[in-house]
Design a protein around this ligand. Sequence first.
Ligand SMILES: Cc1cc2nc3c(=O)[nH]c(=O)nc-3n(C[C@H](O)[C@H](O)[C@H](O)COP(=O)(O)OP(=O)(O)OC[C@H]3O[C@@H](n4cnc5c(N)ncnc54)[C@H](O)[C@@H]3O)c2cc1C
Length: 415
Amino acid sequence: MTPAYDIVIVGGGLAGACAAALLVRHAGIEPQGVALLAGELPAAAAYQAAAEQAPPELRVVAISRASERVLRAAGAWARLDQARLCAYERMRVWHQASAATGADALCFDAADIGEPNLGFIAENGALLRACIDSFRTAGGTLISAQLAAAAFGPEGASLECTDGRGMSARLLVGADGAHSLVRACAGITVRSHDYRQLAIVATVRTTRAHENTAWQRFLSTGPLAFLPLFDGSSSIVWSVDELQAPELRDGSDAQFNQRLEAALDGVLGATALASERASFALRSMAAESYVAPRCALIGDAAHVIHPLAGQGANLGLLDAAALCEAVAGASAQREDPGALRVLRGYEQQRRTHNLLMDAAMSAFHSGFGASGPAAWLINRGLGAVNRSGALKRAFARQALGTAGELPRLARASLA
Ligand SMILES: Cc1cc2nc3c(=O)[nH]c(=O)nc-3n(C[C@H](O)[C@H](O)[C@H](O)COP(=O)(O)OP(=O)(O)OC[C@H]3O[C@@H](n4cnc5c(N)ncnc54)[C@H](O)[C@@H]3O)c2cc1C
């Protein structure tokens, strides 16, 4: 007999793993009725052995205050090694036409809004493992398999894995990333835009201290971000033209270090690569709908945005929280969690918010890439924001992720 679950989540990335951990804890569903189809899983023991002295992972994310609350509710935050988190206390943003500490740079500080920090830079793999561990401990069913196909009927979804296993679910959650198979099987179309840029990611050491600050310089070729890490090094995300990227990514370390230092205008002194370099193609994508009967999309399966403000994973975590709330509401009323009416509630809460964020990222991207009079205007605009206390505080709240309508699980700390 094929196993039947209430909910199957496909994709063990941050959105899927967090949704799974939230659903077993807060949705009023029997934990064993929730399954996470997580592809290939790393051996937990191997990770534990390496973790103590391991250098920072290459992939890190800036976790907002709202996301921290969601991860606490998921039982994941307490499972993180707190010594490997880096709290960032301020952000400094400037255009290449001005200086990092000049009058036209924007600097917002957690202290300006009475907060200890603006968020944390956390390792992606550590976050995943914490969510999956919390899910497993709470009694959820973890399946190490890859989805091959899904079909939707009036009573539920039936799934087939690449290893031949089958299962069914009353609700199938697509958390399987930008190229979502769940989305395709549900017949949901997307709109997408290719920035024709690559983000180069690496860990670097700098001769000057990062001062627990996230640094971002807007160059005509794209933004360059330095995110502070727990061991004093920084994680860089350098968006460059797709034609320029291979030379930067594959050239010598010495040449890369020199160009990186110049691109940040020497603000953190000399830079030295401390990891390999990886690159990611940059595009934005929005699913035309987040839901279909018996199907909900979350995270990058529903939307992909430019990483310039480090918000993609944060949006996925808020999706997970909003979906969990919609399902909890249905459980309380003894309603079917896969009913379209229930899922529409989730979509309404998240889609407009995510579309606005995407639009803001695209506008920032084209605005800051400008030169001539437009660049002058933007430059002066940053300075004007910096001089206005109210606007600056509003920006700081945006960075914290606490502005606007939030799912309940992101509003208050539960653990
Ligand atoms: C360079 C860069 C820097 C970024 N920095 C930040 C940042 O600082 N802060 C931030 O908030 N966001 C950041 N983002 C965005 C963030 O990384 C993504 O938005 C986030 O990782 C998406 O998570 P997800 O779980 O939705 O998707 P994914 O991470 O893509 O996970 C999808 C999962 O589904 C699995 N999967 C796919 N197909 C199947 C299948 N058929 N069966 C089973 N499993 C399947 C995949 O193996 C994967 O594990 C950045 C992005 C980039 C490119």
